[in-house]
Unconditional design. Structure first.
Lengths: 385, 668
């Protein structure tokens, strides 16, 4: 009798409960209309944007700017790959296209997700612990990773570069490099890896590892500056490297490396630009960058949006956004430039734990449009026909 | 008689916390002699507290005995629990959406501190040795208390079992064993001894061992209803091995009482971490050693003047190791020390007018990982007035002064804060027990050591975070011990809270580099409602039902330019509630409890991508008390999450499915 009355009461209660659980649905894709004319004649046809998502939130996501149909497509991955358990993963760190495949480096899910570049349907994944950036060369992908060998001394965890065959998606080689390597660049037969040493504060790494790509062996370490981050080659074969500094007494700056002599293979630091730089993108002869520096006194960030001429290494402007709309950006977090129109894309990560924004500026620095993105929009790549 | 006891019974209030005001069927004990026992029950029913507490004690608590303190608090209105799942998972509570740091947790009258991050993991405190758990909004309706107790926005009082002896009994042994799901093995032992008529001792120890392994499930379907994925996995690295030892000496003097208490907790646990794509196991470990010694001495110098001294020394050791070979290796040790001293005085100007003055001192030090310390002084002045036995007023003012240590890296300015509080209640009728109550209170939370000094992130110039509370409520109850309709209570409160200078992490530049700023503003509007009753059914069956409901709107009003301006703050449901149903019949006790937490968002923005589904669980337990010879036995069987709901309280921290526990307690 006791049980009976209890269950009647219980069912009553359940009925009264205002909201009940429903089946958890696959995270839906959202579509926003962008304010420009649709056109079938464009190439690139779109731009993918990887949102990092805050650590532990499993909210890395991929958005798409559809230049053909003037749509902003938000969070495509779960709908295109509904059967993948726990979706794209935790903290996206890089996204690149090579051939017909798109590669998303998902840092805290310790994997590189490989998808069809047009449909975003998953092809496979490559497990790489604490992977960071990816570059391609002659059928191979090279991925930098914070963790290389399982170190005997855990305080000295060296990083590694992994080589992946882009057809079989198998790891075919690995080379230990410096501490916590970030971006890498391939010039000729060498891979240049910017080591950060970010786990070893205040003993940052200060070198670029040079890896011979066929044998996958580290042949040299070039001393550059502390806490290196980005590394990009311009069309003249120079390497542009950013240093984050120590966020205090040592400021962020840009280093330029060139071949020691015309016939030498050895790269040396030829210039140090005292320009703080958080992210950069090289387009032709222009290096677009922005910098964010925190001022403890003023309790605010100092933000600059600049262009450097890679030929003269001179600062062309420190405010490529010319209409004053840069005030709308709280924390710039990613930058890219349209290869044809010269439109500049800057993402805003805001407070890192809410939706960010993607802003599009014309070549002249006038704002064209903005759109809401996923959490921490950061990395962009163009999709061609 | 009631009046006499009312004016002279602050001690009961202090210890008993009106346990019986909410559940008159409990056999209430008295710290004094047994002749007062009945009177305590009588007075507790009378109109005594300005703002009554929500309390769990007696049978209700007995049914929850195998849980942690945090689990018990889910049954209180206005409380949100953050639960990372499992036996060893961290559990913190938040009252009326003001944030965990605004909640004071008092163990036998002295606050449990964590100067480093300001949060007390209530999952670490078991209910095994707890006599009652009380929650006060605002502050305890008792002015004879330490200065610091006037400071929190809400307070939880955990009172350990007080040694009770039957006539001619001088010692008392209680041995218990609980076991169940997650490979739980939990023996405990309590020994009470009466040294003489005025001094008794108590000792309690407990060992908790659990693999923390449980199955959890993630399932998604496509909008057309097809199954997208459905996976069940085992939670790893959630094991715990913990030993707790506590003991006390309690003494009574002709005109006072004293207590000495020792506590030691030692544990090793895994930190299970978030379940994200491709990561099902993590390698974080945590070692905790918490020890404290505390003492209390209270003396009534004259019938007008009483004094109370509280003292405490605490030492906490925490070691955090991240062994995950894919991540940065971390091995940090944190040592916290706390010295606390309080002197409270009460002067009875008139039989119905009291005045209190208290001064508290505290020193906190953190060492190893970072070396900092601070000294805090509190001084309070409070008064309580009772007019014609129908109107009560209590007003308090608290001065807090924090002396930050001079440091080389950044010099933190000292902090000074005055916080007033005013509490009133009115009982318009003589007979029906109907009370109207209201309060207004300022409270604050000091920036923690992490907020101020954490490497690169801390900001030494932080101000205290302030919360202002307004509350109006009514309460009606009926107590008829003799009739079939034994007890009935209904009450509701509406409140408005304003949190200013909220300490929030603000991004500075790239790569997740943060600093702490006094930026946030939150507006909270809420309703708490409760109804409950006890009925004597035929065949000696007692039936008790208790329902509690909370509605809250807690919105972020920091900056109109934010995407989340006027959105509900993370993890605060609009609707939440609980129900407890109990049947008692000749030593059998059947308990059913239901907890509901409505939809909420896991981030600041209330958008679809951040939506978190409601969850509700049903727990059921059956207890039987019996006697063999002179030995008392109590056997328990419980099923938690009866319908095996798969839910997350915190995103990506899956909770256990259905689980079982069995227990046996033997008392000599």
């Amino acid at each position: 009798m006791k049980n009976h009355s209890l269950f009647i009461l219980f069912s009553l209660l359940l009925c009264c409960a205002t909201g009940c659980r429903e089946d958890e649905l696959v995270v839906p894709t959202e579509y926003d209309i962008l304010p420009f004319e649709p056109s079938t004649e464009v190439n690139p046809i779109g731009m993918y944007l990887l949102n990092e998502g805050n650590m532990g939130s499993n909210k890395a996501s991929i958005d798409f700017v559809d230049f053909k149909n003037a749509y902003y497509v938000r969070n495509m991955y779960p709908e295109r790959n509904p059967t993948i358990i726990k979706e794209l993963g935790d903290v996206g760190n890089d996204i690149q296209i090579y051939g017909d495949k798109i590669y998303a480096v998902i840092n805290c899910s310790h994997k590189v997700e490989v998808m069809d570049a047009h449909s975003l349907v998953r092809i496979g994944q490559i497990d790489i612990p604490n992977c960071r950036y990816i570059k391609f060369d002659k059928g191979n992908a090279y991925v930098s990773a914070y963790v290389g060998p399982v170190a005997i001394d855990p305080d000295a965890q060296l990083g590694a570069v992994y080589r992946i065959d882009t057809t079989s998606l198998a790891i075919t080689g690995k080379c230990t490099v410096g501490y916590q390597p970030d971006e890498l660049e391939i010039v000729g037969e060498y891979i240049y890896v910017a080591n950060s040493g970010g786990y070893r504060v205040p003993k940052y790494d200060y070198t670029i590892s040079v890896v011979e790509k066929f044998s996958m062996t580290q042949v040299e370490k070039i001393p550059v500056g502390i806490n290196l981050h980005r590394i990009e080659a311009d069309k003249y074969g120079k390497l542009w490297v950013t240093s984050r500094g120590n966020y205090g007494s040592v400021r962020s700056k840009i280093f330029v490396l060139e071949k020691e002599s015309r016939f030498s293979r050895k790269m040396v630091v030829t210039d140090t630009l005292e320009i703080p730089c958080s992210e950069m993108h090289i387009q032709g002869d222009s290096l677009y960058f922005y910098s964010v520096e925190w001022s403890n006194q003023e309790e605010k960030n100092h933000i600059a949006y600049g262009i450097i001429d890679v030929r003269t290494k001179e600062l062309v402007t420190d405010h490529f956004i010319t209409d004053g709309t840069e005030k709308e950006i709280e924390i710039p977090y990613g930058i890219n430039v349209h290869p044809i129109t010269g439109d500049i894309y800057v993402t805003d990560a805001k407070n890192y734990v809410s939706s960010g924004a993607l802003h599009c500026y014309s070549r002249e620095g006038k704002k064209k449009w903005s759109v809401r993105t996923g959490d921490i929009p950061a990395h962009m790549v163009f999709l061609y026909k | 008689m009631v009046r006499r006891i009312f004016t002279g019974s602050f001690i009961f209030l202090l210890l008993a916390h009106s346990v019986s005001a909410t559940s008159p069927t409990d056999d209430e004990y008295s710290p004094l002699d047994s002749t007062l026992l009945n009177e305590v029950i009588v007075t507790a029913q009378s109109y005594k507290e300005v703002i009554p507490a929500q309390t769990l004690g007696g049978q209700e608590l007995e049914a929850l005995r195998s849980h942690s303190v945090a689990d018990a608090l889910r049954y209180f209105s206005g409380v949100q629990l953050k639960d990372y799942g499992g036996v060893g998972g961290i559990k913190t509570v938040n009252i009326r959406s003001m944030g965990t740091n605004h909640m004071g947790v008092y163990y036998n009258g002295i606050e449990l501190g964590n100067a480093q991050n300001g949060q007390v993991d209530l999952g670490k405190y078991s209910l095994e040795n707890i006599e009652s758990v009380s929650l006060y909004n605002g502050q305890k309706s008792e002015i004879f208390q330490s200065a610091r107790e006037f400071g929190s926005a809400g307070s939880i009082y955990l009172n350990t079992r007080f040694p009770k002896f039957k006539e001619s009994e001088t010692s008392h042994l209680r041995v218990g064993l609980r076991a169940g799901s997650f490979d739980l093995f939990n023996p405990s032992l309590t020994f009470d001894h009466k040294l003489n008529e005025t001094i008794s001792m108590s000792f309690n120890t407990e060992w908790v061992s659990s693999s923390g392994k449980y199955k959890f499930r993630y399932r998604r379907v496509t909008p057309s209803g097809e199954l997208a994925y459905d996976t069940t996995a085992v939670r790893e690295n959630g094991d715990i091995d913990a030993v707790r030892l506590e003991g006390g000496l309690h003494g009574f003097l002709p005109k006072g009482r004293w207590k000495v208490y020792l506590y030691h907790y030692n544990s090793e646990r895994g930190v299970p971490g978030a379940i994200v794509n491709n990561v099902w196991r993590r390698g974080e470990r945590l070692w905790d050693r918490n020890s404290f010694a505390q003492g209390m001495f209270e003396y009534n110098f004259t019938h007008k003047f009483s004094s109370k001294i509280n003292a405490k020394y605490a030492f906490d050791y925490t070691r955090y190791v991240n062994n995950d070979d894919k991540l940065i290796h971390v091995d940090n040790i944190y040592k916290q020390r706390e010295v606390y001293l309080s002197w409270a005085n009460r002067y009875r100007i008139l039989p119905n007018w009291d005045l209190s003055l208290a001064y508290d001192f505290q020193w906190n030090g953190l060492s190893e990982y970072m070396d900092v310390d601070r000294t805090t002084h509190w001084a309070s002045l409070a008064t309580a007035l009772s007019l014609w036995d129908c109107f009560k007023l209590q007003a308090s003012g608290l001065i807090t002064y924090v002396n930050e240590e001079q440091r080389d890296r950044d010099e933190a300015p000292d902090k000074f804060k005055i916080t007033p509080g005013i509490f009133a209640s009115y009982k318009p009728f003589k007979r029906p027990n109907f009370v109207i109550r209201a309060f207004y209170k300022h409270s604050y939370r000091m920036p923690t050591f992490n907020d101020l000094y954490y490497t690169d992130m801390g900001n030494a110039y932080l101000k205290p975070e302030t919360a202002i509370q307004y509350n109006v409520g009514v309460l009606y109850d009926i107590v008829r011990e003799k009739s079939w309709f034994k007890y009935f209570k209904v009450g509701t409160d509406i409140y408005y809270n304003d949190v200013k200078d909220k300490i929030v992490a603000y991004p500075k530049g790239q790569q997740f580099r943060w600093t702490m700023l006094n930026l946030g503003k939150v507006e909270i509007k809420g309703i708490d409602a409760q109804i409950g009753g006890t009925f004597g059914l035929p065949c000696d069956i007692d039936f008790t039902a208790k329902f509690q409901y909370t509605y809250q709107e807690a919105i972020d009003v920091t900056n109109p330019a934010d995407n989340y301006y006027r959105h509900q703050i993370p993890y605060i449901p609009w609707h939440s509630g609980s129900a407890i149903l109990m049947l008692d019949w000749k030593g059998w006790h059947l308990n059913y409890s239901f907890i509901y937490t409505g939809e909420r968002y896991n981030q600041q923005e209330n958008i679809r991508y951040n939506h978190t589904q409601p969850w509700y669980t049903s727990d059921i337990s059956l207890m039987k008390s019996f006697k063999i010879g002179k030995v008392d036995f109590k056997a328990t069987a419980e099923v938690n999450n009866l319908f095996s709901q798969d839910y997350d309280v915190i995103l990506n921290y899956p909770m256990p499915k259905r689980n079982y526990r069995f227990g046996l307690v033997v008392e000599l």
